[in-house]
Design a protein around this ligand. Structure first.
Ligand code: AP5
Ligand code: MG
Ligand code: ZN
Length: 216
């Protein structure tokens, strides 16, 4: 099963991806996570990506496509994968189609999480992430049992550098101008499925699960 999660920043892509991949046993491929990991290690990719990520701008297509091309060539993607945050431009989507068709594969489902713009700012500025395992929390909507500590691994929680009010504004503008046009691209291919991302986390997972199992 080859799946794409789409939706604006803060829609819940990462939160839902964590849950869905553990259920279906497929790898979670997040380009945002890949950039953050390279940035924290200070690799050449990280240094380049930081120039864009820290401003809330999209990283150039040629860099981003290269990362996904390499990752999709790994053996663990043979049984399927979940792409979170890629593709984000029409050129990325076209490149993805080429990469997959060259190995006789294709996308099965595109899940679009819809959340009103007004809610996204609160979600993003209150988000906290585990330094050790990457699990996502929220200071109001998805609290850890002990403040600042990950329930799963005991790691400490931090705030992303692009989760400030100013950066969120830029990220939303990038989404509207460059990523939203992809919805029509996948809708024309008959692959797009909309899920109301404003429901409780559990309810959203339930709905995605049914769609992926072909029961909705
Ligand atoms: P990326 O890391 O992909 O960030 P994003 O798309 O902005 O999305 P987020 O991760 O912020 O949101 P999410 O939808 O995963 O929400 P989450 O589940 O965490 O990209 C970061 C940057 O990397 C980009 O700006 C760009 O620079 C670069 N980049 C990445 N991919 C790229 C690409 N393809 N091309 C070019 N550049 C690229 O949830 C948010 C919060 O809400 C959490 O606190 C969570 O607990 C809470 N929450 C989630 N669901 C619910 C719910 N149902 N109810 C209440 N609260 C909820
Ligand atoms: Mg995310
Ligand atoms: Zn953790």
């Amino acid at each position: 099963m080859n799946v794409i999660f789409m939706g604006p920043p803060g829609a819940g892509k990462g939160t839902q991806a964590e849950r869905i991949v553990s259920e279906f046993g497929i790898p979670h491929i997040s380009t945002g996570d890949a950039f953050r990991s390279a940035m924290s290690q200070g690799t050449p990719l990280g240094v380049e990506a930081k120039k864009f990520v820290d401003q809330g701008l999209l990283v150039p297509d040629e860099i981003t496509i290269g990362i996904v091309r390499d990752r999709l060539a790994h053996d663990d993607c043979k049984r399927g994968f979940l792409l979170d945050g890629f593709p984000r431009t029409i050129s990325q989507a076209e490149a993805l189609d080429e990469i997959l068709s060259a190995s006789g594969r294709g996308i099965d489902h595109v899940i679009n999480l819809t959340v009103d713009r007004g809610l996204l700012l609160a979600r993003l500025t209150g988000r906290r992430i585990c330094k050790s395992c990457g699990s996502t929390y929220h200071v109001l909507f998805n609290q850890p049992k002990a403040e600042g500590v990950c329930d799963k691994c005991g790691g400490s929680l931090y705030q992303r550098s692009d989760d400030t009010e100013e950066k969120v504004g830029t990220r939303l503008d990038e989404y509207v101008s460059k990523t939203a046009p992809l919805l029509a691209f996948y809708s024309e291919q008959g692959k797009l499925r909309e899920v109301d991302g404003e429901q409780e986390i559990e309810a959203v997972t339930g709905q995605i699960d049914s769609l992926l199992r072909g029961q909705a």
